[in-house]
Design a protein around this ligand. Structure first.
Ligand SMILES: NC(=O)c1ccc[n+]([C@@H]2O[C@H](COP(=O)([O-])OP(=O)(O)OC[C@H]3O[C@@H](n4cnc5c(N)ncnc54)[C@H](O)[C@@H]3O)[C@@H](O)[C@H]2O)c1
Length: 263
């Protein structure tokens, strides 16, 4: 898709990665809507981007909030060409059997249902127009699960699966879909005490040095939208771990469990 002059709607636009995607899409000549539950954060990021950006409030868990934001944006800017379902939360390190159900439900509501709500809000119009692109932010944790980060990993594996399915569903309509799998990137989330606790064995200065600049991550997203790339991997250092997981998985493919099974 040629991005110049098009409209993007980004959730979690007041945070590190959402704002970085916004900045990169503005570089490409797009107008961007930075939406966030924290409107002050989104306004600050939009102001930094100038005339091409505007901020709007949204709670991605709430369908009515999506409908209101969509109506407002369309009235002002016209139809949305690119949707980035990016808002998400993480938690402090927690064993699954010690994770409060209310916290598990909240993670699922924001990280999974939030993405689903975005798809339901914008995909029908994109299908009808025969154009558009949706980027869903998963995580390297949507490819590789880590103990004490189980609820977050579950939510991100859900985003990975939902996005793979969505790509198949929207391709016949000429609508592109990509999954973004960030690794450590500078943001409110990654700068939090919870994130530091997850990497307690890594010296703080090393952890800081490992954080990617969200603008560069955003530029990778912009290229992926232009090329309709299926997967956006921004942190190649995770490759050996992903390969190891795939090898273990493939090695479990042997004879069928039922003798002479023909399926
Ligand atoms: N930063 C990283 O290292 C990293 C790595 C992998 C994946 N991610 C993913 O990237 C995405 C962006 O996270 P980030 O790192 O920029 O964090 P961030 O905390 O800086 O940004 C997330 C934004 O989402 C907003 N948000 C939270 N709940 C919301 C809701 N209900 N409705 C609307 N907005 C809401 C927050 O206010 C915040 O501004 C998340 O999905 C996260 O899981 C981040």
């Amino acid at each position: 898709m040629d991005l110049a002059g098009k409209i993007a709607f980004i959730t979690g636009g007041g945070g590190g990665i959402g704002a970085g995607i916004g900045a990169a899409l503005v570089e490409k000549g797009m107008r961007v809507v930075l939406s966030d539950i924290d409107l002050d954060r989104a306004r600050k990021e939009a102001e930094a981007l100038g005339q091409a950006a505007r901020a709007i409030a949204i709670d991605v868990t709430d369908e009515q909030s999506w409908a209101k934001a969509k109506a407002e944006v369309e009235a002002e800017l016209g139809p949305v060409d690119v949707l980035c379902n990016n808002a998400g939360i993480a938690t402090a390190p927690l064993l699954l059997d010690e994770t409060p159900p209310s916290l598990f439900a909240r993670i699922m509501a924001i990280n999974v249902t939030g993405v689903f709500n975005g798809i339901r809000a914008f995909a029908p119009d994109m299908k009808a127009r025969g154009q558009g692109h949706i980027v869903n932010t998963s995580s390297l944790n949507g490819l590789l699960a880590h103990g004490t980060f189980g609820a977050y990993s579950a939510s991100k594996f859900a985003v990975t699966g939902m996005t793979d399915a969505l790509r198949q569903e929207l391709a016949p309509f000429g609508v592109g879909v990509s999954t973004l799998y960030p690794g450590l990137t500078r943001s409110y989330m990654s700068m939090s005490e919870d994130s530091a606790a997850l990497m307690a064995d890594v010296p703080e200065e090393v952890r800081q040095a490992q954080m990617m600049d969200p603008l560069w991550l955003g530029r990778a997203v912009a290229r992926a939208i232009e090329n309709n790339s299926e997967h956006i991997i921004t942190h190649p250092s995770a490759r050996p771990e992903v390969e190891r997981r795939q090898q273990v998985l493939l090695s479990a493919f042997g004879e069928p469990a039922q003798p002479e099974y023909a399926g």
